[in-house]
Design a binder for this molecule. Structure first.
Ligand code: HEM
Length: 206
């Protein structure tokens, strides 16, 4: 009997959407190379870092939204996109970190260490990145099998990563907190949905 093939359309659509900011960045860099300051603004290094930072935050929240959205709108197919969206978030954060290492501290580990110790927003950013790194490395089926129940416990680190990313943003921003308020609201709604799920599953179990 022929096997029914899984419907990959939602996953593919999400992959295209998540790649679009990167494709746009490549276009902005091409503009920048053709005519300096035309693609990334008057401070190209800052423009690049901020662009990647904003998309890191958005991708992180999108990845964190997959499970609640799947539950709320009864879309089981979305479950298969969770790992992919997590890896997209990790990729944007890794590029953001790379831009910081190359353009801000000019590949000096000494300067990076100084920033890590002296600037709380860098400490929070690096701690958040480390959490995401652990999640990305252990996201494979092999690690899932090896870690068993501990895999779920380990991946709860996302509940630390998002607040660390928000703290990073709050501590570095000097004015204009509109987008941060929106990110906090988004995160609070997702947390609220999870608390509601845990409570209702406990009350039906008793
Ligand atoms: C956990 C993941 C992270 C997220 C979600 C994130 C997000 C952001 C965002 C949204 C901005 C733009 C702020 C603005 O527009 O005012 C930003 C800026 C910045 N981020 Fe991150 N970031 C993360 C991790 C890191 C890491 C690991 C580093 C470096 C070690 C870093 C270094 C910076 C720097 C230097 C800036 C620019 C600060 C300035 O304007 O002076 N970030 N980040």
């Amino acid at each position: 009997m022929a096997k029914t093939r899984p419907n990959n359309t939602p996953k593919l659509a999400l992959a295209v959407l998540a790649s679009a900011p990167f494709a746009w960045l490549v276009y902005l860099i091409a503009l920048e190379i053709a005519q300096p300051t035309s693609g990334l603004g008057p401070e190209p290094a800052e423009g690049l870092l901020h662009y990647l930072g904003e998309w890191s935050m958005i991708m992180l929240l999108v990845a964190f939204s997959i499970t609640p959205v799947r539950r709320m709108f009864k879309q089981p197919l979305l479950a298969r996109s969770r790992r992919m969206m997590g890896l997209f978030a990790f990729a944007y954060v890794a590029l953001h970190l790379l831009a910081y290492i190359v353009l801000y501290v000019e590949s000096s580990w000494q300067l990076l260490l100084e920033d890590f110790v002296e600037r709380t927003y860098i400490t929070a950013g690096i701690a958040g990145f480390c959490g995401l790194l652990v999640m990305a490395v252990t996201s494979t089926m092999g690690w899932r099998r090896r870690l068993g129940q501990n895999w779920l416990r380990l991946h709860k680190v996302i509940y630390l990563v998002v607040p660390l990313a928000l703290l990073h943003l709050i501590w570095l921003r000097k004015d204009g907190f509109g987008d941060i308020a929106l990110y906090i609201l988004w995160f609070a709604i997702l947390l609220g949905e999870r608390v509601y799920q845990v409570r209702t599953s406990r009350s039906t179990a008793t």
